[in-house]
Design a protein around this ligand. Structure first.
Ligand code: SF4
Length: 197
């Protein structure tokens, strides 16, 4: 949990630097959801907030043997991935917004939006719109409500029920669907979520 604590400190520090306090990000996220003032009292505590597809990226990378290093964008994937993979009982808030991986990213705007584009496509769509559509489809496909708090283990058990199948939704443009599926299967195997056949 030492890593987790230092990550949380780094997250708050970086969010502060970007002009977006953790409190603002938190309430901004709530504001985007259907939660009203009375329901705020029922908000569950959580360890991390992540987009559903970012967790799938981590699992398929894990299955494909990818080793993370700091990225030129400055985002926090190399910090978040080992934490998620090392403790499947962490509580994750599944969001449709900037998440803990976006912390420190040079493309993260002060309003929590992403200004990056999908450079592999021409014309290149905004990553913000691409991510939102992809994650909406995953929330629907997995029958999970936006802003639900689940352990990573529970989330991956739901994902496992949709493997194969989910790769048709979550494979990124210009990448291999077969590689995505194999990565997900291997990653779920390695984590003990899926039985090896
Ligand atoms: S979604 Fe955008 S802001 Fe977040 S890590 Fe990716 S490029 Fe950066």
């Amino acid at each position: 949990m030492k890593n987790m604590k230092s990550f949380m400190k780094r997250r708050d520090f970086l969010i502060g630097l970007s002009g977006l306090t953790f409190f603002n990000l938190f309430t901004f996220t709530l504001g985007r959801s259907q939660i009203d003032t009375n329901q705020k009292l029922k908000v569950e505590p959580y360890d991390m907030q992540l987009r559903p597809h970012h967790i799938l990226d981590i699992i398929s990378d894990h299955g494909n043997g990818v080793q993370y290093e700091p990225h030129p964008y400055g985002h926090s994937l190399h910090i978040v991935a080992p934490i998620i993979l090392s403790d499947l009982d962490l509580k994750v808030k599944l969001v449709l917004d900037a998440d803990d991986i976006c912390v420190g990213c040079k493309h993260l705007l002060s309003d929590g939006k992403c200004k990056d584009v999908l450079a592999q496509l021409n014309p290149s769509p905004l990553k913000q719109a691409y991510n939102d559509v992809l994650d909406c489809r995953l929330f629907d496909y997995l029958s999970i409500e936006v802003n639900s708090v689940l352990t990573t283990r529970k989330y991956l058990e739901l994902v496992n029920e949709k493997v194969p199948g989910i790769e048709m939704i979550c494979t990124h443009p210009k990448t291999s669907m077969e590689e995505r599926l194999n990565g997900l299967i291997n990653g779920l195997n390695k984590l003990g979520i899926r039985e090896r056949i």
